[in-house]
Design a protein around this ligand. Structure first.
Ligand SMILES: CC(C)(COP(=O)(O)OP(=O)(O)OC[C@H]1O[C@@H](n2cnc3c(N)ncnc32)[C@H](O)[C@@H]1OP(=O)(O)O)[C@@H](O)C(=O)NCCC(=O)NCCS
Length: 333
């Protein structure tokens, strides 16, 4: 078995990757819609902001691709990298996952990155694999789903109408207006108090906010944002915001991205107001969206309460694992 680094993957290599991803998804996430091939391609070809993508494939003796490893290597080595290893169901327990992880771990160490995170679906082989290979669990998350045809439209309309006299709603698609990029970055920093296990928060600034929106667009996705503004119209401040991303390749299931209310504006039901306004907007603008998925840390009681009031239901549990890259296997031995 050979492990090969893909520096600039060809179409054929991407198709082989897509085939592994589809087989793994069908085996390990049988009741969830698999990512579309275009989504897999976009993930490989468009790195998340402030990061590089590195990739490896494992080939068996017949030349068939039997496993893949993805590494997001952050530009800022103080931030955690992120790894995803996938092995065809019929090729497991033969050390292929370990070999792929070792290649990614060498990439992390060569990039001076000291910490790495992996997300695993609870109850799948990923959990004993990660525990056996140097990772420990740092966070439990609930995967939640809202089916839009089950949403009570009158409840949502009431929530939107209730609002708050000191705030007004603003919504936009894609990149935030120039004058509000710094404000949005400040509001995003409000998420720093969210539970991240041992991980450090991302340092948001106006450039990062724009870069994040551009990355979403480059992946063939649309970013919808609703924000609550306060203060004078000439110099508005953002008190809170919520973001949803809709993929052109799979619009039926949208993804909830960040939601945050700045600490001094909390306790005024701005979070549920923002999310209700987002639901109304998507219903009018994107009737092709049928569901919204999100995940919330188990201990994020406020966000869980907001989501449950809107009708989000727990579907599955995820675990975030973390490791020191010095504890991970190496290809050298
Ligand atoms: C997790 C995954 C990559 C492991 O790949 P693999 O090639 O089977 O892993 P390895 O053969 O290198 O296993 C290494 C060790 O992990 C542990 N392990 C792996 N799978 C296990 C399982 N199903 N049950 C118990 N222990 C397991 C064992 O300690 C194993 O060593 P052993 O076989 O000598 O006992 C594979 O199951 C997979 O593709 N899962 C779906 C994708 C996924 O969830 N990825 C996210 C996590 S990176």
């Amino acid at each position: 078995m050979d492990v090969i680094a893909l520096s600039d993957p060809t179409d054929a290599q991407i198709e082989e990757w897509q085939a592994v991803a589809a087989a793994v998804w069908a085996h390990d996430h049988p009741d969830e819609p698999a990512p579309e091939p275009e989504q897999v391609r976009a993930r490989l070809m468009v790195p998340p902001m402030a990061s590089r993508n590195l990739m490896w494939t494992a080939r068996d003796a017949t030349g068939r691709t039997c496993g893949v490893a993805y590494l997001r290597l952050p530009d800022d080595v103080g931030r955690a990298g992120e790894v995803d290893v996938q092995v065809l169901p019929e090729a497991r327990r033969r050390g292929i996952g370990t070999r792929l992880l070792a290649a990614a771990a060498d990439g992390l160490r060569a990039g001076y990155c000291k910490t790495v995170i992996v997300q695993a679906l609870a109850g799948t082989p990923a959990v004993p694999f990660l525990e056996a290979r140097g990772f420990h669990c740092v966070l439990s998350l609930r995967g939640m789903l809202l089916r839009l045809d089950e949403v009570d439209a009158s409840q949502v309309a009431e929530l939107v109408a209730a609002g708050h006299p000191d705030y007004r709603l603003l919504r936009w698609t894609g990149t935030v207006a120039e004058g509000l990029a710094g404000e949005l970055a400040m509001a995003k920093r409000a998420m720093a108090d969210m539970s991240l296990g041992d991980m450090t928060a991302f340092r948001w600034d106006a450039d990062r906010v724009r870069e994040m929106a551009e990355t979403v667009t480059a992946r063939g996705e649309t970013l919808y944002t609703v924000a609550a503004l306060h203060g004078p119209a000439s110099a508005p401040r953002i008190a809170g915001f919520t973001e949803v991303v809709v993929s052109a390749a799979a619009p039926e299931r949208a993804s909830q991205y960040d939601t945050a209310v700045v600490p001094e504006h909390r306790g005024r039901r701005l979070g549920i107001w923002l999310k209700a306004a987002m639901l109304e907007w998507l219903r009018d603008e994107r009737p092709d969206v049928r569901e919204i998925e999100t995940d919330n840390a188990d201990d994020n009681s406020h966000m869980l309460a907001v989501n449950e009031e809107l009708g989000f239901r727990r579907e599955r549990d995820y675990l975030d694992f973390q490791a020191d890259t010095s504890d991970l296997p190496t290809t050298a031995c």
